[in-house]
Design a protein around this ligand. Structure first.
Ligand code: PMT
Length: 398
């Protein structure tokens, strides 16, 4: 199990009674080899003394965004850190992070942080269950931040239920596991197709579909964070990967995507095909805008290349190919048939029957099928978390 030697950790402490556990957390992190920089909201500093934390962390504690020192440092700290952990995170600070309200040293640093961010909420059970809290947690996860789940037990209010901050040992364990997994694809060359394709009818019209590119972009970012060398071939989409190391190739049509995917897959270890490729294109795109002359308009469509099937045929020993199946009925049978026909090693099934799954949502609900007849079903999760589940399976096979 990886330890935390040399890891630079920003610890944000907001105003919850669970802040008293932050002293134990700082000690455990330092014992595990990390450097810890503590940031506190003013409310946080009301629950535990900054002096205790600066003594344990051997660094000054920043709690006032408007002090010259904190003001100059919040951007620098965001760049310095290998991880930011906000523990405990109150409902109020959670809402600020979800909305990008940077009115204190923690939320301002959060917006500047380029490192992975972990958050360990702490609140009363009704606050935890409230739809606005659920939505804010979901939003933070959709941004790629990592939830450290709350515990169940007696709360400061005297109520019993969910909402307790995870124990310091659990938070440290979470970080350890994260870094152990973080390099699970180090050095692997991965090609990912994503988004829709647009097949031109004339200079202003096209045949397309509802794919946003979110699933594929989440996969590209997650794979890059695990140390992979990622080429993302992205159809028309307003999105871009967040990770600078992702090589982005923008394409419009299935033919362009096919060419780019074949070129990139030749030297790759892994291909993941999340794009929704148009199966047909107009035989010819009109050179000028088609005029509204007749009652009907006939378009002759011709078949596009099946990128997945072609890569499946060209796949060499040692290469891994992962496909997606977007189904509306007979989901498992159709997915299995695509797995076999296209020579995939894994197929990720998402069904339009499932609320919150498929096109354009920030969430997805998937089932992963392997060649060995193993079937793994997952809950509805953010596409970032889904990407993590898919890459866990890929890392286990490669
Ligand atoms: O982009 P989002 O809005 O986030 O939505 C994500 C998604 C729903 C598009 C994604 O999760 C998904 O399911 N992608 C595959 C959609 C699809 O076209 O499925 P399919 O069952 O038609 O195709 C099967 C596989 O063959 C897919 O891996 C597909 O990329 C590939 N294919 C299909 C046709 C074709 N001509 N070339 C291909 O490579």
């Amino acid at each position: 199990m990886a330890n935390l030697t040399g890891k630079k950790i920003l610890l944000g402490i907001t105003g919850s009674i669970a802040a008293y556990k932050a002293a134990f957390l700082v000690r455990l992190l330092i014992k595990a080899g990390a450097e810890v920089q503590v940031l506190m909201t003013k409310a946080g500093a009301g629950f535990i003394s900054p002096l205790t934390l600066s003594t344990l962390s051997k660094r000054p504690v920043y709690s006032d965004i408007s002090s010259e020192e904190s003001w100059n440092n919040h951007v620098e700290m965001g760049l310095w850190a290998d991880a930011m952990v906000v523990a405990p995170l109150t409902a109020a600070s959670l809402a600020k992070m979800a909305l990008g309200i940077s009115d204190n040293v923690i939320t301002a640093t959060y917006l500047s942080a380029r490192c992975p961010v972990f958050f360990a909420p702490a609140m009363d059970l009704d606050m935890w269950r409230h739809p606005s809290t659920r939505e804010n947690v979901r939003r933070l996860q959709a941004f790629g931040n990592h939830l450290i789940p709350v515990g169940h037990g007696e709360l400061a209010s005297g109520l019993v239920g969910e909402g307790r901050m995870a124990e310091p040992e659990e938070i440290v364990e979470h970080l350890r596991r994260f870094w152990a997994k973080a390099q699970s694809l180090a050095g692997r060359k991965i090609v990912i197709t994503a988004g829709p394709t647009y097949e031109p009818i004339d200079p202003v019209r096209f045949i397309g579909n509802r794919s946003s590119g979110k699933m594929g972009v989440a996969l590209a970012d997650a794979a890059a964070r695990r140390g992979a060398e990622v080429t993302l071939i992205l159809g028309p989409s307003g999105l871009s990967p967040r990770e600078d190391s992702v090589k982005l190739l923008r394409v419009q049509t299935a033919i362009e995507m096919h060419q780019a995917a074949r070129d990139a897959f030749q030297g790759a270890d892994i291909g993941i095909l999340a794009a929704a490729v148009a199966d047909y294109r107009p035989q010819e795109a009109a050179a000028q805008k088609i005029k509204k002359t007749g009652e009907t308009l006939h378009l002759e469509l011709v078949k596009n290349p099946d990128i997945a099937a072609n890569l499946g045929q060209e796949k060499k020993p040692g290469q891994l190919l992962v496909g997606f199946a977007l189904e509306t009925e007979n989901e498992l049978a159709n997915a299995r048939s695509k797995l076999e026909k296209k020579n995939f090693d894994l197929i990720v099934l998402n069904s339009l029957q499932d609320e919150g799954a498929g096109f354009n949502y920030d969430t997805n609900k998937i089932t992963i099928l392997g060649k060995d007849n193993k079937i793994r079903k997952f809950e509805l999760k953010s596409k970032t978390a889904v990407a993590g589940d898919i890459l866990d399976e890929v890392a286990a096979l490669s």
